[in-house]
Write a protein that binds this ligand. Structure first.
Ligand SMILES: Cc1cc2nc3c(=O)[nH]c(=O)nc-3n(C[C@H](O)[C@H](O)[C@H](O)COP(=O)(O)O)c2cc1C
Length: 210
């Protein structure tokens, strides 16, 4: 059994998504200390931004005519898809930036999609914990309801395209305490943080025991 953990925060030790993923992993390791963990950090070790286009063009080019960059990009894409498919359980810590999917995470999704035959259910039936964190709040009735273009995309790919058995751990208002304009939400933000931390622990335990 292998656990694959993928991070994408650009905020280093201040990351809220990494802190929640740490809680998932801590709980998982308490129950399953024997399971090896493979780590990939998409922001610390970014994937090349031109690899996806090279992989796509390479896939439409007869093998003997491919450029070195296309061959390399296709190998990278296939390797990433294999890495994901080989994992038995997956923890993804994917933050919300600029109202959408982090560019590092999007590059990874594009390459994984290019790296396996179209329609491959890379996560069929596998337990996946998706941790995502947002600086503001985007729920029903909020001024920015509908502006979260991250979570639905992630759910579509992980569940509908790849077949994951998904547990979502999310935290909003992580910018409270950082942005003074949000000071009125201090109490709510503390509650949301506590709830997210509890959900992360439960998710880690279920990952290890189900
Ligand atoms: C460059 C950048 C862009 C961001 N854009 C948004 C945004 O559009 N909306 C929002 O609510 N929060 C935004 N945030 C706040 C993040 O969603 C918040 O810091 C969240 O905790 C990110 O996860 P992380 O802490 O793991 O990096 C942004 C943060 C950064 C650094």
């Amino acid at each position: 059994m292998t656990l694959l953990r993928i991070d994408a925060t650009i905020q280093g030790p201040a990351s809220a998504s990494a802190a929640l993923a740490d809680l998932v992993l801590d709980e998982f390791r308490t129950v399953r200390p024997d399971v090896p963990v493979v780590n990939r950090h998409l922001a610390i070790d970014p994937l090349p931004s031109d690899a996806w286009a090279n992989a796509i063009h390479g896939s439409f080019t007869p093998e003997e005519q491919r450029t070195a960059a296309q061959v390399e990009a296709l190998a990278l894409a296939a390797g990433l898809a294999d890495e994901l498919q080989a994992a038995d359980v997956v923890v993804l810590a994917l933050p919300f930036y600029n109202f959408g999917v982090s560019q590092h995470a999007k590059t990874w999704f594009d390459l994984v999609l290019a790296g396996a035959p179209h329609g491959t259910r890379l996560l069929e039936g596998k337990q996946v914990v998706l941790v995502t964190t947002r600086g503001g709040a985007y729920g029903e009735g909020t001024p920015r309801e509908g502006w979260d273009h991250n979570t639905d995309y992630l759910r579509r790919i992980l569940v509908d395209v790849w077949g994951a058995d998904l547990t979502l751990v999310e935290r909003e208002f992580t910018m409270v305490g950082v942005n003074p304009a949000l000071d009125e939400f201090t109490e709510l933000a503390a509650l949301l943080k506590k709830e997210a931390e509890e959900a992360a622990v439960v998710a880690g335990r279920e990952l290890a025991t189900r």
